[in-house]
Design a protein around this ligand. Structure first.
Ligand SMILES: O=C(O)[C@H]1O[C@H](OP(=O)(O)OP(=O)(O)OC[C@H]2O[C@@H](n3ccc(=O)[nH]c3=O)[C@H](O)[C@@H]2O)[C@H](O)[C@@H](O)[C@@H]1O
Length: 438
């Protein structure tokens, strides 16, 4: 810097308009000017490189793909009094007996719907999300904008960031955590196993570590998955069934989460409720899921891969509509008992639960495609393929009697009705809001 100053000081005589600069005759002067110019050029090039480097390191939409297993290396901006004020205001309870909920994965599909439902009924809600690039970030940003309009602020950060989580609990004594941040998708686990360990295991443990040590400890409700039933053949799946033969690393990390939850409940008295979601779909959904990209590809006239089991066996899912899932999540939060620990120590036994949240009405994937064809009024180009051995299971079917009894859970939306709502949203969203939504 001092060198730079010196150069500009010595350079006072030079005209500021480059085109008007006249060369002097003296060879000595030429040589020194050449040296100065070279030094100047080197300095500016260096400064330029630093600026470029900072841009790539900080830009969330940078074209350099971020390895999701190393997401914790990304830096996020948080802190400061204005930030704390926003956090407090978002988490402010507006109803009598309302709860203060930290929602992780708030810019995700389920996270957005749950956050807005909680806010609507007067609970205090603060979101946290790392806005990773697993699928289109613009959709996450649009969900964020939607939540902002309802008064929910999403802090940008990773659940692996212990300092951030501690700070959030310092600013707001959350009574509940709705933990929905996760690396989802059963097939992607073959491509990026590290991201599942990072979010579903390391991230979950980090969150639990913080929750166990704060005072008061919050009650935690979190997203497990129907995929924990793995290769089981007995249907419908009951919470009492074995869950020790997962078919994907995704399922294995969710199962690990259930075991980890047991440990934190046992040692620290944390109140923990796991919800096994069954193929959740609906407006603002996940573009990596079949119903979503089938819609996109059918509209584009592109062939869609429709899986079938051996001997033309049916592949089916217990597709569950988002509004039903939201009611299940709120039911779980409302019935969650307080954690019993304090000062990082257990003071007595605490609640530990796991529930199926499904629809109890499996539908073949071929039927899903037929419904979409009718709704979109376009014939799909079906490319029938063997069910891949990379994580898929042939069918899922939930027994929901436990959730019914304990949470008052009662799904009411069939696939046809739910997909109609999804398609209406999809057409409106991707036409830039130009199509009227009924
Ligand atoms: O229930 C769950 O726990 C899981 O539900 C979904 O997993 P999945 O049921 O496999 O959902 P999709 O990937 O949307 O697949 C739906 C159905 O379409 C089939 N499919 C999928 C992809 C494809 O190209 N073709 C195809 O026929 C699948 O075999 C499956 O039967 C989610 O992606 C998981 O994150 C979630 O945890």
């Amino acid at each position: 810097m001092s060198q730079l100053k010196q150069i500009s000081h010595n350079d006072n005589s030079a005209p500021s308009t480059p085109g008007k600069f006249k060369m002097e005759k003296s060879p000595y002067f030429n040589r020194t000017r050449w040296h100065y110019s070279l030094a100047k050029l080197t300095l500016w090039s260096f400064a330029f490189l630093v600026v470029i480097l900072i841009f790539f390191l900080r830009s969330p939409t940078s074209s350099v793909p971020i390895d999701p297993s190393r997401r914790s290396l990304r830096t996020y901006n948080w802190g400061g009094s204005a930030w704390e004020k926003r956090v407090r205001s978002s988490a402010r309870v507006r109803s009598r007996n309302g709860m203060t909920v930290l929602v992780t994965g708030a810019a995700g599909f389920v996270g957005t719907h749950v956050s807005s439902a909680l806010k609507r009924r007067g609970d205090g809600v603060l979101g946290v999300d790392n806005f990773n690039d697993y699928y289109e970030i613009s959709l996450k940003r649009a969900r964020q904008a939607l939540l902002e309009r309802t008064g929910v602020y999403i802090v940008e950060g990773d659940i692996n960031d212990e300092a951030l989580l501690r700070k959030l609990f310092e600013v707001v004594p959350f009574t509940h955590v709705m933990h929905l941040a996760a690396q989802a998708g059963v097939r992607y686990a073959m491509q990026n196993p590290g991201s599942y360990v990072h979010s579903n295991i390391a991230g979950f443990v980090n969150l639990l570590e913080v929750c166990k040590s704060v005072n008061p400890q919050p009650a935690i409700v979190w997203a497990s998955s129907s995929s924990v039933y793995g290769l089981n053949t007995k249907v419908p799946f009951s919470e009492r069934d074995r869950t020790d033969q997962p078919a994907s690393l995704y399922a294995a990390t969710k199962k690990a989460g259930e075991e980890i939850a047991h440990t934190y409940n046992h040692i620290y008295g944390l109140s923990l409720t796991g919800l096994r979601f069954f193929t959740v779909y609906g407006p603002w959904g996940r573009p990596d899921m079949a119903y979503f990209f089938f819609t996109k590809d059918i509209l584009k006239g592109k062939p869609i891969p429709v899986f079938e089991a051996a001997n033309h066996g049916t592949v089916a899912r217990d597709f569950t509509y988002i509004d039903d899932i939201v009611r299940g999540c709120l039911g779980a939060l409302d019935t969650a008992e307080k954690s019993t620990g304090s000062g990082g120590k257990k003071k007595g036994p605490a609640q530990l639960r796991v529930f199926n949240l499904g629809n109890t009405s499996p539908v073949p994937v071929t039927e899903l495609v037929s419904i979409l064809e009718r709704l979109l009024k376009v014939k799909a180009k079906r490319n029938i393929m063997k069910l891949p051995r990379n994580g898929d299971v042939q069918f899922t079917h939930a027994n929901i009697s436990y959730a019914k009894r304990e949470l008052g859970y009662k799904p009411t939306t069939d696939l046809q009705t739910g997909l109609k709502k999804f398609v209406r949203w999809y057409l409106n969203y991707y036409s830039g809001g130009k199509k009227a939504v009924e």
